[in-house]
Design a protein around this ligand. Structure first.
Ligand SMILES: Cc1cc2nc3c(=O)[nH]c(=O)nc-3n(C[C@H](O)[C@H](O)[C@H](O)COP(=O)(O)O)c2cc1C
Length: 270
């Protein structure tokens, strides 16, 4: 993956690429924009590609093409705040799923948007897995529960609710959802958890726009830090993971629940 250079036949010298590059890779001192030391510095954020009015930036091996679309210059016309407000306030953790599996094409759409989530320094070191095998999901559910209750000593906290879940669900940890999507990271720093969290949020919102329901699974995240067999069983590599259940919701909500407003320093909320 690399930015190769500029197509000077197209370039109108507007210098927007220079202004936009956060690493100041484009050399203003020279008459032409040059790409020196690009391999060492460029984070492949693609802002130069995105901002160029002449589409003059040459790149290769991104695995994807730039995407021009109607409304890009006025994104609020695509999703105005009032619509987003309802979409986000109506967003719920879903704990009741239909048995029906999600078609591969639909799952691909969810994963596709997850891969456009921002990551720190645009590192994009995450790996993705969709687990749909009932046996594996059951084993994961058992292993995570055992790790939380016995290794992490959380029986007092979760013992009763896990027992109650067992009566209701065949695969209690995942509420019998047909699929679990796992995102793992090769990084072992806090930034990895932030990246994973943002990626999962993109996936969950994409799922909602496709009529699907999802729920975070924090338990597998906690347990996997203490039992590396969980990663192996889930078929993912890395040092950190995040996961969410996904399926067709078997529940509808009639209203969004209330939430307390937290005070904001520097801004008075009514
Ligand atoms: C990081 C994180 C981990 C979570 N882990 C779980 C989980 O393991 N199981 C579960 O049922 N819900 C889990 N949730 C869902 C929260 O309980 C839920 O977001 C909260 O109760 C508010 O409900 P809402 O999402 O419907 O607004 C998790 C949420 C987040 C953000």
């Amino acid at each position: 993956m690399t930015i190769v250079g500029i197509d000077y036949e197209k370039c109108n010298g507007c210098r927007l690429c220079i202004l936009e590059c956060r690493f100041f890779i484009f050399d203003e001192a020279k008459k032409k924009v040059l790409f020196e030391d690009l391999d060492n510095m460029c984070s492949l954020c693609g802002h130069c590609i995105a901002v160029c009015p002449q589409d003059a930036i040459i790149y290769e091996d991104f695995g994807d093409e730039a995407f021009p679309f109607e409304g890009i210059e006025k994104l609020d016309s695509i999703v105005p705040y009032d619509n987003l407000y309802k979409f986000l306030r109506g967003h719920r953790s879903i704990r009741h799923y239909k048995k029906k599996e999600i078609p591969k094409e639909t799952l691909k759409k969810v994963i596709d948007l997850m891969q456009y989530a921002p990551t720190g320094s645009n590192l994009r070191l995450e790996k993705y897995a969709v687990v749909s095998d009932r046996e594996i999901l059951k084993s994961l559910s058992d292993m995570v529960t055992d790790t939380l209750l016995n290794t992490l000593g959380m029986r007092a906290q979760y013992g009763k609710s896990f027992e109650a879940r067992k009566k209701k669900y065949k695969i209690p940890l995942f509420y019998d959802a047909p699929h679990v999507i796992i995102v793992s990271s090769m990084l072992d720093i806090r930034l990895a958890d932030h990246n994973i969290g943002i990626i999962i949020t993109y996936g969950r919102l994409a799922a909602q726009s496709l009529g699907l329901g999802t729920c975070w699974n924090g338990y597998i995240q906690m347990a996997s830090q203490h039992n590396k067999k969980i990663m192996k069983l889930a078929g993912v590599r890395g040092n950190r993971l995040g996961a969410f259940m996904i399926g067709y919701p078997n529940i509808t909500f009639k209203r969004a629940p209330p939430r307390s407003r937290k005070p904001v320093k520097g801004l008075k909320l009514d």
